[in-house]
Structures are given as structure tokens and as C-alpha cells.
Ligand binder design. Structure first.
Ligand code: ARG
Ligand code: GLU
Length: 680
């Protein structure tokens, strides 16, 4: 107890800083970090986290849908993830009559669980360092082919440290995944885009799914005959809560970081790329928001699109502010200057930085053209539809119509027309003159203005309607002609479709050597591989932080804060009446905690784990390996941790598992789930 109290706010920052929580580590190598983790309060062993031959925690973690994480919490394949990760599935199952986005959904038995067509969940079967095998002449394709030896298996070899090491990953994908429960958006997305990336936070960002399998527990297409999947391992839930200074571990699939890039790359991000992307998305968001306010059907149809556009838009702003606050560019320049002094006497490294700088100078324009294209013309939905239709030419006219209608679900031609005008204007204004396709310039000239050009496209295209089109008609359609302009110009420049500017091959090739040099020169530094959507472990502590001079943000938010923010007049803050009533009566039952002498319910907490996009839905685990929360966000000016992590201010945000259970219990009234979770 005394030890607890000593861990006052600032002490937790000191711990976070001393042990340097930075890093997203490979699970199969975690024994290298385990002594640090144990010092911070982790009680389990390395092979509890990952084991090649027995069940371990890794068997309880999944990649959910395209880019999120989820975790098993029962023997019967019950899965937790974020509300925003389940969002497009919930939306797909929603209509104005059954609006699960607005009102939530709670199955009251397995029979009520709703299949989500197309939703999949992937489990990591194994991972193995194959650098040696490749070096001794084995072929990538052969290694991969040999690894795919089970139902639903897929494998890939991912390089880390810019090609210095290669890891084979084998996954098994389950394709019958059903929606079990989702809170109303006013809880699951409480605060909407206003609160997104912000602390203090009061979002119950969770949703519940269940994975189904064939009778043999193997992946199967949806069928009524399928049974709940029995995972090798699932997380036990702890309702004991979290205290400042407690150990936390995040186990999940972070997507994209670039911790080792030189200052040129950071300058590109902060001064060139982010400002352009932010400006263009501001316009798209204004257009969509305005249309949503006028029509509830549009609000639903564009809900997921709006959330996606706004999410990165806001992240980039926070990232730029964070980079500025840390002085990352200057810091990197000093680091590089020191490195250059050391490298000057090493023939193999002495010209390295110069070569890298030249490569950036040569590649920046091309990469920018590609990013600008993606954010402008690429953001026009009709362009995207035309692009997909061209790629699917071998089908019959009827199949093609069915496909088109699928693409047109949730599509609004008037919103898109406005966005097309805005985005084409930006494309023309920002593109280097010589990269604007001449056919486009001519087309616009012929029509008299960009607006008229866009109008003529939208007035004459048939692909946005429901007529059956023969292939010749389709190919001659004005929208496909528009799309084709870029296929032969900007689009052709595939060279620039890379994760980050530093991954353009002409730049990336230097990083292989640079990483080797850094390991020699900065030998005390703890190197971890950049995130690449593979399974990682990040450890840290429950911890507040100093948000601004003299302004400390504590680690826990509560229901009192939800009530302080709630507002029936604002969609994102209009909580269910039931929740207001529970608050009024302070009727929290077993979920009550005491804060400054009065009862409340915990909602979200902060910790110092190094996370990134893709870590959404990741389990937050305490020292005993029990689930205490679900990760869903970072604080705004700490998203520069994708480039530079600072343990004193970088914080991830999680929903407290006790809030999840409170909502399932008191708003969902889903007793069968509480029984299954064994928290009764
Ligand atoms: N910022 C979180 C993430 O990157 C949550 C995003 C979803 N929420 C939203 N309001 N758009 O995924
Ligand atoms: N919300 C993010 C996601 O969807 C995680 C937050 C972050 O980027 O840290 O993956």
C-alpha cells in the first residue's frame, strides 16, 4: 500500500522515462526484454507471451478485419475489439429502421448474433526468422509454399530493419464472424471527431463479436451449422482496475512507424505532406458534414467514410504539432551531425548520409505527386468506382451491373460531385505544371471551367445509374475516360506507392546500410523494428502526463466526465436516457468505484505503451496477464511517436474493461455474455 502511494503522479513519469518504455517488440524475441518488463511488474515468462509449441497469449490475439486488433475473452470464441473497428460492420447491418449505429445492438443469446458478410479474423499460427534460410539460397516462394499447410492458411515474409532481417509469418483466417454486441454510438463513439485523439476522453470504444468455425474448429464459410470457435487461449478479465504505476502490456498489430528516418524524411512529413493532406481533407469533411446535417439517411451512409477521413486528418495535425514540440527535425539533424563525425573515418559509411540526402532530393517530387493524386483525384468516389469497373471487365453485363450496385451502396452523387469539383481544383493548383496530364487540361479548356468539366462528367456518365451497360458502352463512358487519363499518366507511376517516402527503393536501399551503421555507432540504443502490421508487444505503465506547462493530466476518466460533456442537442454527445438515469440515482451496483469520496464508474485510462494505428482493439494486459482494458487511441500531440517516441508525453488511451462490463450489464442487459465472461 505504502509503495502504491509513493508512486505519485510524477514518480510514474520518472519510471516511464527511466525504463524507457519505447518500442514495439517481436513476440518471439521477447526474452530479450523480459527483464525490463519484470522490473516494471510483469509476472509471467517469455513463453507465456509467445511459444512455438504450446498455447500462449499470442493465441488469444487476432488481427481483426483489415487493420485492427481483437482478443478472445472466452472459450467460445467471444472477441473484443473497438467500436470504431466494428463500425463498418455495424453500419453494414444497419438501416434507418434498424439503426444499430445510433441505438446499439445486443444479442440476448447466440441465436441473435448477426453474421457480417466479408468480415474475417486472422490468427497468427507461427513466426520464424528466415534471414539465414534466405541467405543460404532458399527461395521466398518455396518457404511460403511449404508453410501453407492448413485450412485457411496464408503466409508472408516481411522484412524488418529495411531488409536486414526477414520474418516468416503464417496466419489462419476465419471467415464466419458475427456481431454480438455494440453500444450506441453515443457511447461507442462518444465525443465523435471532436474528442478523437484527445484526453480527457470518455468513449466506450468497444464492440463484441464471435468467431464461428466448422465442427472441426477449422475456418468455414458462414453456415447455420457452424459452431463457436474454441481458441487455444483466451484472456481472463480482471475487474480489479488499474492504479497509476501499474505495469501494462499491449499485444497487437501496429501498422506503420518510421523511427530511424533521417531529418529529410521528417521535413517532408511536417512541411510538405501533412499540410497538403490536411488542407484537402478539410474541404471534403466540410462538404460531407453539411450534407449529413440535412438528411439522416446521408448521415448513416456517410458515417464510416466521414470517420475515416476525419481520423487521419486530425492525427496529422497532432503529429505535426508533436514534431514541432519535440523539435524532432533539429534533434535528428544533431544526431546526424554526430553520426557524420564518426562515419567520416569509415570508408563504408563516410558518404552514406550524402547519398541519402541526394536520394530524398531526387524522389520527393515524385512521391508528393503520388500523395497529392491519392488525396485529390483518388478521393473522388466516382473515379474509384470507374477504376474498379475497369479492372473487372471480364464479367457479363448483368454481373457488372450487380457489382456496380454494390459499389454504389452508400454513395451520394451530389456529395461526390461537389468533392470532385473541389479536389480537381486542388489537383490542378498544386500539381507541378508538367505533371498535369495534357488531355485533362484540354478537356477543362473545352468545357470552359473545372466546374463545367465536372458537371459534364456527372451529367453524362451512366455508371452511377442502374442501366445495364455493355462492355463497349462501359469502356466509352465519360467517367472511365476520365479515369483513364490518370491510368496513363500519374497512376502509371507505381514507383511511388510505398508505405512512406523512405520506402521508395532509391531511398530505402541506403537504409539497410544506415541501420547497420547505427547499430555500430549508437551501440547502447535499443533497436526495435518499425511497425508493419505484424504482431508486437509494447510494455509500459499506467501513467498521466504533463500536457502543458503546469497542467497535469491524470490517468483515469470517469462517468462524471461523460455527464459533464453530454448534450442532447449534439449527436455525438447525446447519451441514452438510461445512462442519465443510472447516473442520477448513482445506481452503479458492482461497477462503482470511489473517487474523492463519491461513487462513480471508471471509463478510460492512459498508459505509456508505444502504440500506433492498427493497435486499435489491442488487449491491455496487467502484470498477471489479465485483461484490464482495450486500447483505442493516443493523445493528440503524441502521435509523432510514429516518428519519435518520448516517454514523458507519449500516451495511449484505453477503455477500462470495467466500463465495458458496466455497459454490457446495465445498458445491454446481456446476462448470457456476463455469464460467459465469468465476471458474475
Ligand atoms: N483515433 C482512433 C484511431 O485512430 C479512433 C478513430 C475512430 N474514431 C473517430 N471519431 N473517427 O483509430
Ligand atoms: N485508433 C487507432 C487505430 O485504429 C489506434 C490509435 C493510434 O494510432 O494510436 O488503430
Amino acid at each position: 500500500m505504502i509503495k502504491r502511494l509513493l508512486l505519485s503522479a510524477m514518480a510514474c513519469i520518472a519510471i516511464a522515462t527511466t525504463f524507457a518504455d519505447e518500442g514495439m517488440w517481436l513476440p518471439n524475441n521477447i526474452k530479450e526484454r523480459i527483464k525490463y518488463m519484470r522490473r516494471m511488474g510483469f509476472k509471467l515468462k517469455a513463453d507465456d507471451i509467445y511459444s512455438a509449441d504450446k498455447a500462449s497469449l499470442k493465441d488469444a490475439v487476432v488481427q481483426f478485419g483489415g487493420g485492427c486488433t481483437g482478443e478472445f475473452v472466452s472459450e467460445q470464441g467471444l472477441l473484443l475489439t473497438n467500436h470504431h473497428c466494428g463500425y463498418s460492420s455495424i453500419q453494414k447491418l444497419s438501416s434507418v429502421e434498424h439503426d444499430y449505429l445510433t441505438y446499439g445492438y445486443w444479442a440476448q443469446s447466440m441465436a441473435d448474433e448477426l453474421p457480417v458478410p466479408g468480415l474475417t479474423v486472422s490468427l497468427l499460427v507461427s513466426m520464424e526468422d528466415v534471414t539465414e534460410r534466405l541467405a543460404t539460397g532458399e527461395k521466398k516462394e518455396e518457404i511460403i509454399a511449404a508453410a501453407i499447410n492448413g485450412e485457411g492458411y496464408r503466409a508472408s515474409i516481411e522484412s524488418i530493419y529495411y531488409g536486414n532481417q526477414h520474418i516468416l509469418y503464417v496466419y489462419q483466417t476465419y471467415r464466419d464472424v458475427r456481431l454480438v454486441g455494440a453500444p450506441p454510438s453515443s457511447i461507442g463513439k462518444f465525443g465523435g471527431d471532436t474528442d478523437n485523439w484527445i484526453w480527457p476522453r470518455h468513449t466506450g470504444d468497444f464492440s463484441i463479436f464471435r468467431v464461428y468455425a466448422g465442427k472441426d474448429n477449422q475456418p468455414a464459410d458462414y453456415s447455420e451449422e457452424n459452431v463457436p470457435y474454441r481458441p487455444k487461449r483466451h484472456f481472463k478479465i480482471s475487474t480489479n482496475g488499474v492504479q497509476e504505476g501499474d505495469f501494462t502490456m499491449i499485444y497487437g498489430f501496429p501498422g506503420n512507424t518510421q523511427e530511424y528516418v533521417i531529418s529529410d524524411a521528417v521535413e517532408y512529413v511536417a512541411n510538405v505532406s501533412n499540410p497538403m493532406k490536411i488542407a484537402l481533407r478539410t474541404q471534403r469533411l466540410e462538404t460531407i458534414t453539411e450534407a449529413q446535417a440535412k438528411d439522416p439517411a446521408v448521415r448513416i451512409a456517410y458515417a464510416a467514410k466521414h470517420a475515416n477521413i476525419a481520423n487521419s486528418w486530425k492525427k496529422w495535425q497532432g503529429e505535426s504539432l508533436g514534431l514541432e514540440r519535440l523539435g524532432t527535425i533539429e534533434k535528428k539533424k544533431r544526431y546526424e551531425a554526430d553520426f557524420a563525425v564518426w562515419a567520416a573515418t569509415k570508408p563504408e559509411y563516410s558518404t552514406l548520409l550524402d547519398s541519402m540526402r541526394t536520394a530524398y532530393a531526387n524522389c520527393t517530387k515524385g512521391y508528393f505527386v503520388r500523395e497529392l493524386f491519392n488525396e485529390s483525384v483518388g478521393a473522388i468516389e466516382a473515379y474509384g468506382i470507374a477504376h474498379k469497373l475497369r479492372q473487372a471487365t471480364s464479367t457479363t453485363a448483368e454481373e457488372q451491373l450487380a457489382y456496380r450496385q454494390k459499389l454504389l451502396k452508400d454513395y451520394n452523387p451530389e456529395i461526390d460531385r461537389t468533392i470532385a469539383r473541389q479536389m480537381l481544383t486542388e489537383f490542378i493548383a498544386r500539381m507541378p505544371k508538367e505533371d498535369i496530364p495534357q488531355v485533362l487540361t484540354k478537356g477543362i479548356e473545352n468545357c470552359g471551367s473545372i466546374e463545367k468539366y465536372i458537371d459534364s462528367l456527372y451529367n453524362n456518365t451512366k455508371i452511377l445509374g442502374s442501366a445495364v451497360l455493355k462492355n463497349e458502352e462501359l469502356m466509352a463512358d465519360p467517367m472511365l475516360e476520365f479515369e483513364n487519363i490518370f491510368t496513363n499518366t500519374v497512376e502509371r507511376n507505381k514507383a511511388y506507392v510505398y508505405r512512406n517516402i523512405s520506402n521508395v527503393p532509391a531511398i530505402e536501399k541506403w537504409y539497410k546500410t544506415y541501420m547497420q551503421a547505427l547499430r555500430e555507432w549508437d551501440s547502447e540504443r535499443a533497436f526495435y523494428p518499425d511497425a508493419n502490421f505484424t504482431l508486437r508487444v509494447a510494455y509500459g505503465t499506467i501513467c498521466g502526463y504533463e500536457n502543458a506547462d503546469g497542467e497535469y493530466h491524470t490517468h483515469l476518466s470517469t462517468l462524471d466526465g461523460v455527464i459533464a460533456k453530454e448534450n442532447p442537442a449534439i449527436y455525438d454527445y447525446d447519451i441514452p436516457q438510461e445512462l442519465r438515469d443510472i447516473y442520477k440515482n448513482k445506481d452503479y451496483g458492482r461497477w462503482s468505484i470511489n473517487k474523492n469520496g463519491s461513487p462513480t464508474v471508471p471509463v478510460c485510462f492512459l498508459a505509456s505503451n508505444h502504440t500506433s494505428g492498427g493497435n486499435s482493439g489491442s488487449p491491455v494486459i496487467n502484470g498477471k496477464g489479465e485483461l484490464v482494458g482495450i486500447n483505442f487511441d493516443r493523445t493528440w500531440r503524441s502521435t509523432m511517436s510514429d516518428i519519435e517516441f518520448d516517454p514523458s508525453i507519449c500516451r495511449n488511451i484505453s477503455v477500462d474493461i470495467r466500463y465495458v462490463l458496466f455497459v454490457v450489464d446495465r445498458l445491454g442487459h446481456a446476462q448470457y455474455l456476463l455469464d460467459e465472461l465469468k465476471v458474475n
